[in-house]
Write a protein that binds this ligand. Structure first.
Ligand code: PGA
Length: 259
């Protein structure tokens, strides 16, 4: 089962995950990070700024989960722009080694297959950061997504568009389509780290971790993966039936185990 770590702040969650990423950067020859966008991973990226200062990051590769389709790549809310602003520039990573799916309309027919090939050629993702949507999506795999899916074009739900409208001037500006790594792609990463904060995520987190494995809750795919760490605050953990057991397990964990 997933290891569930319940912490009292987003900063503590960010620090825990950042420590593991620093370990990979220092110890793995060609570390490949799976990057997420949205508000959730920001504490991880913030913690990394301080922690990675002075470390050699020239060899770090990264793959973002998803991108809007039809949004100009130079738009400030394209995920290429977000990853550049939040990850590449502050952490000093090589932009050539950090990939984001190509959401250009002209090439979207083969962009998914191209991206899959790039991930495989890089040796696969070592640690995949994941947020979770209020509808249970990971990446932009909306309810109903196949557990075998690979990177492809998807239609966003109205719920996701409304959730993301805060990043745009109006709901109308939020694209209707995206290109996202599939659940099958995500499940190939060697370590999944799912973060969630706040009440609004509590139901989706409980459904994903303790409900049935179902395409209706795409994040329940994590139950099929052998190495998953879920890092949540108290609010996002508030619907978890086994919360006391998760706390007990974490408190009594041997220090050599890591996450
Ligand atoms: P958020 O989005 O981090 O902005 O809440 C998470 C997601 O949609 O995966």
């Amino acid at each position: 089962m997933a290891e569930v770590v319940i912490l009292d702040s987003r900063a503590a969650a960010g620090a825990l995950v950042a420590d593991e990423i620093v370990r990979l950067v220092d110890e793995v020859r060609n570390p490949v990070l799976g990057l997420a966008t949205g508000s959730t991973p920001l504490p991880v990226y913030e913690a990394l700024r301080e922690r990675l200062a002075g470390h050699d990051v020239s060899h770090v590769r990264g793959f973002a989960l998803d991108e809007y389709v039809g949004l100009d790549v130079t738009h400030p809310e394209s995920y290429r722009s977000v990853i550049t602003r939040e990850v590449i520039e502050p952490l000093g990573l090589d932009p050539e080694l950090i990939r984001v799916p190509n959401g250009a309309l002209e090439t979207v027919r083969h962009a998914g297959d191209d991206y899959e090939r790039e991930i495989i050629d890089a040796g696969g993702v070592d640690l995949q950061i994941l947020g979770i949507g209020t509808d249970g999506h990971i990446g932009f795999n909306e309810p109903g997504s196949s557990f075998a899916s690979t990177t492809r074009l998807k239609t966003l739900t109205e719920q996701t568009r409304a959730d993301n409208a805060r990043f745009f001037d109006s709901l109308d500006e939020v694209p209707r389509h995206c290109i996202t790594q599939g659940l099958g792609t995500i499940l190939r990463a060697r370590h999944l780290v799912l973060l969630a904060f706040g009440d609004a995520k509590a139901e989706a987190v409980a459904a994903a971790l303790e409900g049935p494995v179902s395409a209706m809750i795409p994040a329940s795919a994590v139950q099929l993966h052998p190495h998953v760490t879920v890092v949540v605050d108290e609010a996002a953990a508030s619907r978890l039936e086994l919360a006391d057991y998760y706390r007990y397990s974490y408190e009594n964990k041997p220090s050599w185990q890591g996450i």
